[in-house]
Design a protein around this ligand. Structure first.
Ligand SMILES: Cc1ncc(C[n+]2csc(CCOP(=O)(O)OP(=O)(O)O)c2C)c(N)n1
Ligand SMILES: O=C1C[C@@H](O)[C@H](O)[C@@H](O)C1=O
Ligand SMILES: [Mg+2]
Length: 644
C-alpha cells in the first residue's frame, strides 16, 4: 500500500480536489471553491494546507461567516445542486455564525460543506480562547449546535477519522433525496497532525447522481387515481427544478390538460406565459392558482415539501373529494397528506406517467376555467402595476392598519412610490435572463404572485427558511454560478440592515451584483401580520424612542442607504419617483461594479390576500377585542383545514 504523509487538513484539501459528480453522463468537478474566514481555529491548520496547495479550489475571503455560507448555498442552488462550495471558519463565534446557514441549507435541501474549526481534541490548553466549558459534558463545543441543523455531522478527533467522515460527507452531499448542510468539525490540533494516508483515499471519485425510477405498481396506482379525477392541479416544487424536468412537466400538462401552480422553489422552472402555468400558489399565491387549487379534486405535488405556505396551512384545497398524489425523490416528502406516492426522480416519474396515461386516453375535465382564471389574474396584475398614491382617499392594498400615518411616511421617506408599481417597473425593465434573488419580508410574497419569469431558472428564492440576510450574499453566490447574467438582490430595509457584508466581497471579486433595496422603514410584513391579527403596531415600525411615551413611537427613522453603500465603492442611486427608478435601472445595467438602488416605498402598498389563509399562533385570551375576533376567525379556518 502506498501512503502519503500529510496533515489532516492537507489530506482534506487533496480529497476535495478529487470529487466529481456524474449526471446523465456528464461529469463535473463537484467542489468549485472554498470560502474562508481565518482565525486561530483554522488558519495554521486548514489555512496552511490551502496556502501550500489549494489544487483547483478557488479560495474566497468572506466578510461574515453566515454571509459567506449563504453565498455558498446560493451558488449550489443556482447550479441545481450539481456543484458546491465549502466554507471554513475559526472556532467558537466564527463557527456559530454558520449555524443559521446550515439550517437554511438543510431546510431547502441544498448541499453545502461546512468545515468549522473546533476546540483541541487533546484538551491540553483548555479552555482555549472561545471555548465554552460545559461543566456537565466536556466533550461538547459550539459545533455541537450544528447537529440539529445538519443532514450529516461529524467530528474528526484523529487524522484517520477524516477518511470515513469525508466519504459519508460526499454520500449525503450528492444524495438528491436528503441533501443539505454537511458539517465536519475539525479540532484545531488535529488539522495540523500528520498521518500516513493511503493513496487510495485520494483517487478520483465520481459520484453518480442516479435518477431513481418509479416502480410499475406506483405508476399504476397514480394512473388509476388520475383517471378517477376531473379537475387535477399540479404543484411544481423545487424538485422539478433540480431534476431539470421542465420539458417533461410541460409535456405532461399539455398532454392531459392539467394546469400547475408554482411554489417559491419551483417558480421559473417554466416561463410564466406557458398556458398551463398558473403562477404562484398558496398563502402568497395569486388569484388564478388559488382559485383553481380551491376547486381541484386532485393535487399532484411534484418535488414539493408541501409547506404551510404552499398548502395554505392545509386549508387551500376545499373540494370535498380532494385527494393527493406525490411524485418525489424523497420518501419522507412523498408520504405527506396521505398521498398516493410515486417515489422517484421527477423527470423519470413524469416520463413514465405520461406514457402510461397517454395509453388510457385521459383528459382532464377543464373547459375554459384555466384561461378564464389567468385572464382575471392578468387584469388584477395590471391594476397592481398601476397603483398610485393619492393624498386624498387613498386605499392601500393592506388597508385599515396604518392609513392615518401614510402621509407621515410620505414626508419622512420623501416618496409616494407604491411597492407593487415598483415591482411592475422592475419586472418590465430588467433583462429577460436577469436573475432575481430574495428570501424574506414582504417581497417574496409579492414576487411569487407578481413576478413574470421570461427565462427559466431566473427566480431564485430562499423560502424554506426565509432567512433575512440571505438576499445579498445569495445574489453574490448566484453571480458566481452564472457570471454572464445580471443578478439582482430584492431586499427589504430590515433584511439589508441585518446582513449585507458580502456586498463588499462582490466588489473585491469584481463580480457585479445589483441591490434593489425597498425601504419602507420597518419590518413591514410583520407589521401587517400583527395588525391583521388584532394587535396594534408594536415593535415593527422603525421609529425613534419617544421621550414622552418611552416607547418606539417617535419620528420615523430616515436612513440614506445609498450614501452608506457608496462608501464601500458601490455605484448607488436614490429612487423616490418612477422616473428616478427607471433611470437608475437602466444606468445600473451599464456599470461594471456592484450597484444599489435605494428605493423608498410606502408601507402597506405590498400585495395582500388572494383567497388564502396562514395559520399563526394568535392569542386565545386577550384584553383586545380585535385579537379575540382574530382568534375566532382562526378557529373557523381550522375547521376547514386538514389536520395533518
Ligand atoms: C433571520 C430572521 N429573523 C427574523 C425573521 C422574521 N421576519 C420575517 S420578515 C421580517 C421583517 C422584514 O423586514 P424588511 O426586510 O424590511 O421587509 P418588509 O417586510 O418591510 O418588506 C422579520 C423580522 C426572519 N425571517 N429571519
Ligand atoms: O415571519 C415571516 C413572515 C413572512 O411574511 C415573511 O416573508 C418571512 O420572511 C417570515 O419569516
Ligand atoms: Mg421594510
Amino acid at each position: 500500500m502506498t501512503t502519503e504523509r500529510m496533515t489532516t487538513a492537507q489530506a482534506l484539501v487533496k480529497f476535495l480536489n478529487h470529487q466529481y459528480v456524474e449526471v446523465d453522463g456528464n461529469e463535473t468537478k463537484f467542489i468549485k471553491g472554498i470560502f474562508t474566514i481565518f482565525g486561530h481555529g483554522n488558519v495554521v491548520g486548514l489555512g496552511q494546507a490551502l496556502e501550500q496547495d489549494a489544487g483547483e479550489l478557488e479560495v474566497y475571503q468572506g466578510r461574515n461567516e453566515q454571509g459567506m455560507a449563504n453565498a455558498a448555498m446560493a451558488f449550489a442552488k443556482q447550479k441545481h445542486r450539481k456543484q458546491i462550495m465549502a466554507c471554513t471558519s475559526s472556532v467558537g463565534p466564527g463557527s456559530a455564525n454558520m449555524v443559521t446557514t446550515a439550517a437554511t441549507a438543510s431546510a431547502n435541501n441544498i448541499p453545502i460543506l461546512l468545515l468549522p474549526g473546533d476546540v483541541f481534541a487533546t484538551r491540553q490548553p483548555d479552555p482555549v480562547l472561545q471555548q465554552i466549558e460545559q461543566t456537565h459534558d466536556l466533550s461538547i463545543s459550539t459545533n455541537d449546535a450544528f447537529r440539529a441543523v445538519s443532514k450529516y455531522w461529524d467530528r474528526v478527533n484523529r487524522p484517520e477519522q477524516l477518511m470515513t467522515a469525508m466519504i459519508n460527507a460526499m454520500r449525503v452531499l450528492t444524495n438528491p433525496a436528503d441533501t443539505g448542510a454537511v458539517t465536519i468539525s475539525l479540532p484545531q490540533d488535529v488539522q495540523g497532525e500528520a498521518f500516513d494516508f493511503p493513496s487510495y483515499f485520494f483517487k478520483k471519485r465520481v459520484h453518480r447522481m442516479e435518477r431513481r425510477l418509479p416502480t410499475r405498481e406506483s405508476v399504476r396506482d397514480a394512473v388509476r387515481l388520475i383517471q378517477s379525477k376531473k379537475k387535477p392541479i399540479i404543484i411544481c416544487g423545487g424538485g422539478v427544478r433540480y431534476s431539470e424536468a421542465a420539458a417533461q412537466l410541460k409535456a405532461f400538462s399539455e398532454a392531459f390538460h392539467i394546469p400547475f401552480g408554482e411554489t417559491q422553489a419551483g417558480k421559473s422552472v417554466v416561463e410564466s406565459d406557458f398556458f398551463y402555468n398558473l403562477g404562484g400558489v398558496g398563502v402568497t399565491g395569486n388569484l388564478a392558482a388559488n382559485s383553481i387549487a380551491r376547486e381541484a379534486d386532485l393535487v399532484i405535488g411534484i418535488g414539493t415539501r408541501f409547506t404551510d405556505f404552499t398548502t395554505g396551512s392545509k386549508e387551500l384545497f376545499q373540494h370535498p373529494a380532494v385527494e393527493f398524489l406525490t411524485l418525489n425523490i424523497s420518501e419522507f416528502h412523498a408520504n405527506k397528506l396521505d398521498a398516493v406516492k410515486v417515489v422517484a426522480d421527477a423527470k423519470e416519474a413524469l416520463r413514465t406517467l405520461t406514457a402510461e396515461l397517454t395509453q388510457s386516453g385521459y383528459q382532464s375535465g377543464y373547459g375554459t376555467e384555466i384561461a378564464e382564471a389567468k385572464r382575471k389574474w392578468q387584469a388584477e396584475l395590471e391594476r397592481l402595476h398601476h397603483v398610485r398614491y393619492e393624498e386624498e382617499a387613498f386605499v392601500p392594498e393592506v388597508s385599515g392598519q396604518l392609513d392615518d400615518v401614510l402621509s407621515e411616511y410620505k414626508e419622512a421617506l420623501g416618496t409616494s412610490l407604491t411597492q407593487t408599481s415598483v415591482i411592475g417597473q422592475v419586472n418590465h425593465l430588467l433583462d429577460e435572463d436577469a436573475i432575481i434573488v430574495g428570501a424574506a419580508g414582504s417581497l417574496p410574497g409579492d414576487l411569487q404572485r407578481m413576478w413574470t419569469s421570461r427565462t427559466p431558472n431566473t427566480y431564485h428564492m430562499e423560502y424554506g427558511y426565509s432567512c433575512m440576510g440571505y438576499e445579498i450574499a445569495g445574489a453574490f453566490g448566484a453571480k458566481l454560478a452564472e457570471p454572464d447574467k445580471e443578478v439582482y438582490a430584492m431586499v427589504g430595509d430590515g433584511s439589508y440592515q441585518m446582513l449585507h457584508s458580502e456586498l463588499v466581497t462582490s466588489l473585491q471579486e469584481k463580480k457585479k451584483i445589483n441591490v434593489l433595496l425597498f425601504d419602507n422603514s420597518g419590518f413591514g410584513c410583520i407589521n401587517n401580520l400583527q395588525m391583521g391579527n388584532g394587535m396594534g403596531s408594536f415593535g415593527t415600525e422603525f421609529r425613534y424612542r419617544n421621550e414622552q411615551s418611552n416607547k418606539l413611537d417617535g419620528e420615523i427613522l430616515r436612513i440614506n442607504f445609498a450614501q452608506s453603500a457608496a462608501g464601500y465603492g458601490v455605484k448607488t442611486y436614490e429612487a423616490q419617483t418612477l422616473e428616478e427608478l427607471r433611470f437608475a435601472l437602466e444606468d445600473a445595467k451599464k456599470q461594471d461594479v456592484s450597484t444599489l438602488i435605494d428605493i423608498k416605498v410606502l408601507p402597506k402598498t405590498m400585495t395582500s390576500g388572494y383567497d388564502s389563509w396562514w395559520h399563526v399562533g394568535v392569542a386565545e385570551v386577550s384584553e383586545n377585542g380585535k385579537t379575540q375576533e382574530a382568534f375566532e376567525e382562526k378557529k373557523a379556518h381550522l375547521t376547514k383545514a386538514r389536520l395533518y
